[in-house]
Design a binder for this molecule. Structure first.
Ligand code: SAM
Ligand code: SF4
Length: 334
């Protein structure tokens, strides 16, 4: 296969530099979180997925265009067979300019994989944990065992990984646990990111009823802790505060109530090689066949035309009856 045609950096039509890519390595998952998926979710046939080699090839191409950080996600990235080979392949791209490989995971398989992730060069993982209550966890995930996730977080910390906990804040479901969650994370030396639920894909019920604006969550936390403003930023959209009592940070990801799209630095790639310009919009290009045919010039043409059309902002509206886009977060890569 010929090398990349040219090394132009990726700048979108709004002048935003794209140096961060989220890659969904599978749309499958071993949990069925109520806000993420329908119970009877159907998944893509395996033959439609990019192979792990193809994902690595695409990643290399993007690194040559200025991508500095790659986050593997899904679905649940650790259920994809052989995914550690991909992590190792990405880990070998430091010399090409890649600075960080991270993972977002539900943590259920982390006890198995934490040490291998660290050995492959991963230093940070985000682990999703929406509650500390085993029964509530089973309800939210439709049957998951919280002990698997806790074991995963412990294994990740023991392996030397920095763990950030992601919690989707849900009114009437887990909002009474915000203070406990901040304490629990603080005791383990973990930062916590709170996320507003986003209208992505049909889930067999409304999202309006459980939507919690994070301004409410922040007010609850400010009653319990001293939240100190900080300039800390990651590659993501969270706004962080330091918690004086725990010494750790809490981040607020507010797509619905406080738009952050002006600083967007990312594109997302689905497990089938569709590149989405925005989580909450339809603009996309299909790269799988182009990649399989080795047409690198076309790859660049497709990527750069998508960037030219990257929307200025998403179109989420929790009050609309239909979700902003029909695909689920697990398809686009959350
Ligand atoms: N399975 C992995 C996990 O749960 O961490 C990775 C994929 S999951 C789609 C990535 C993140 O998206 C998780 O933190 C999850 O809680 C969040 N998420 C899923 N659906 C969401 C939605 N509709 N709104 C907001 N966050 C969502
Ligand atoms: Fe699976 Fe993650 Fe979606 Fe939960 S949020 S169903 S763990 S992909």
């Amino acid at each position: 296969m010929a090398g990349p045609a040219h090394q132009a950096p990726m700048i979108d039509g709004c002048g935003r530099r794209i140096d961060y890519v989220r890659i969904s390595v599978t749309d499958r998952c071993n949990l069925r979180c109520t806000y993420c998926m329908a119970e009877d979710m159907t998944f893509l046939p395996r033959r439609d997925l990019l192979t792990l080699d193809e994902i690595a090839q695409l990643a290399r191409h993007l690194v040559a265009r200025g991508v500095r950080r790659i986050r593997l996600t899904g679905g649940e990235p650790l259920v994809r067979r052989g995914v550690m080979d991909l992590v190792r392949a990405l880990g070998a791209m430091w010399s090409e300019g890649l600075e960080e490989v991270t993972l977002t995971t539900n943590g259920t398989l982390l006890a198995r994989d934490a040490r291998a992730l660290f050995a492959a060069g991963v230093r940070r993982v985000n682990v999703s944990l929406d509650t500390l209550d085993p029964a509530r966890f089973a309800l939210i995930t439709r049957g998951g065992r919280i002990s698997d996730v806790i074991a995963g977080i412990n294994a990740a910390l023991a392996a030397g990984l920095t763990v950030k906990v992601n919690m989707v804040a849900l009114k009437g479901v887990n909002d009474a646990e915000l203070v406990d969650m901040v304490r629990w994370c603080g005791e383990r030396g973990c930062d916590l990111s709170l996320i507003e639920t986003m209208p992505l894909g049909e889930i067999g019920g409304g999202r309006r009823e459980t939507f919690l604006p994070l301004s409410d969550a922040r007010a609850v936390l400010e009653d319990a802790f001293a939240l100190l403003p900080t300039t800390h930023r990651t590659a993501g959209p969270a706004r962080y505060f330091e918690i004086a009592e725990t010494g750790r940070r809490v981040g607020f990801i507010t797509p619905l109530t406080d738009n952050f799209c002006a600083a967007c630095n990312r594109i997302r790639i689905s497990a089938t090689g569709t590149v989405y310009a925005c989580l909450g919009r339809e603009e996309r290009v299909e790269l799988r066949d182009i990649l399989r045919d080795g047409r690198f010039a076309d790859l660049d043409r497709a990527l750069f035309s998508l960037l030219a059309d990257k929307p200025a902002r998403h179109d989420f509206d929790i009050d609309r009856r239909k979700p902003a886009v029909s695909r689920h977060m697990s398809v686009t890569g959350g």
